[in-house]
Ligand binder design. Structure first.
Ligand SMILES: Cc1cc2nc3c(=O)[nH]c(=O)nc-3n(C[C@H](O)[C@H](O)[C@H](O)COP(=O)(O)OP(=O)(O)OC[C@H]3O[C@@H](n4cnc5c(N)ncnc54)[C@H](O)[C@@H]3O)c2cc1C
Length: 287
């Protein structure tokens, strides 16, 4: 049984700040963490290993500092951590990121067949939720997004039943394996790391994969060259100023409605209101 988990190291803030000159995230001075959804994906992979045996591999594409995120995964119970890092991968959009991760997974599958791929639902910085579906599409694998939990999992029969969040509630989907799941935090509650893992992690050195070795990534598909998404302008939007409050109790319904209509018109929300039927008003009391 071999499970691969894709983890992303992200700034420890949901209030990301953008460098107005470069349009990139200000990461200096902001502590880095493993993307919260990915921590739960790692936990699920480790639980499956405890039940069915096998190995868990965690992969991440990122700067050298992302190696510490892989060490944290080893604390949680991951067997192997692979850092895919090279200046040539920098400024990748989701297409280039899914190419790199998809290619790495194909290579890992060739040496140790994969039963399950786990991705977080989305990253708290880029927030696109595109990488998981992108990798599933590239590898031609079944994709189940918004996964809440495994109802059944049979690596021998190569089938699984997954509960997923849907607009109208919860869906139960059966899939063949290998499959790719993008997970919600509900998939597995994170347990405290056992001492043997902490000891192993303390001396664990993640493997480093560059753009050339052990796998040669196509230079046209990585980094800026491989990214059709050009960030035109990135900026932190100014905080919204609260709207004007109109109080019916103070000025009566008719006056309030006509002021609201005037505000809508002057804000250009609508061009004209056309003839407004005027009906006699009775005072509204707010007891
Ligand atoms: C503020 C901001 C806005 C951005 N907007 C866009 C945009 O509109 N379009 C675009 O193409 N790119 C965008 N990017 C770039 C994008 O963040 C990167 O391409 C990134 O590598 C993947 O996208 P994501 O962060 O949205 O990840 P998501 O697709 O939200 O991540 C989902 C899951 O995929 C896995 N994953 C994602 N990245 C990695 C990684 N590097 N290594 C391992 N696993 C990973 C994790 O399991 C993660 O939980 C933006 C970046 C920032 C910081």
């Amino acid at each position: 049984m071999h499970t691969i988990v894709a983890i992303k190291q992200v700034p420890d803030t949901s209030n990301v700040r953008i460098n107005p000159e470069t349009g990139t995230l200000i990461r200096e001075g902001v502590p880095a963490i493993i993307n919260p959804y990915d921590v739960h994906a790692v936990e699920l992979a480790v639980r499956l290993k405890e039940r069915f045996g096998g190995r868990v591999t965690a992969i991440t594409m990122g700067p050298a500092a992302a190696a510490e995120a892989l060490v944290e995964c080893v604390e949680q119970g991951v067997d192997r951590g692979i850092l895919i890092s090279d200046r040539k991968f920098a400024a990748a959009d989701t297409l280039a990121t899914s190419y790199v991760l998809g290619s790495a997974i194909e290579a890992l599958n060739a040496e140790d067949p994969v039963d399950l791929l786990l991705f977080g639902l989305q990253a708290i910085d880029g927030d696109t939720a595109q990488v998981g579906p992108g990798v599933a599409t590239r590898l031609g694998l079944p994709l189940i997004s918004y996964a809440l939990g495994l109802e059944s999992f049979d690596p021998v029969a190569r089938r699984a039943v997954v509960r997923r969040k849907a607009e109208r509630g919860v869906e139960r989907l059966e899939t063949r394996l290998p499959a790719l799941l993008t997970v919600e935090k509900e998939v597995a509650e994170v347990a405290r790391a056992p001492l043997p893992n902490l000891i192993r992690a303390a001396r664990y050195q993640p493997e480093l994969w560059t753009a050339e070795a052990p796998l040669r990534f196509d230079p046209d598909h990585i980094g800026i060259k491989g990214s059709p998404t050009i960030v035109g302008r990135a900026y932190t939007p100014p905080p919204k100023t609260p709207g004007e409050r109109l109080r019916v109790a103070e000025q009566g319904l008719a006056e309030t409605v006509s002021q609201a209509l005037a505000a809508i018109l002057s804000a250009g929300v609508v061009e004209s209101l056309g003839p407004v039927p005027v009906t006699p008003q009775q005072e509204v009391s707010h007891g």
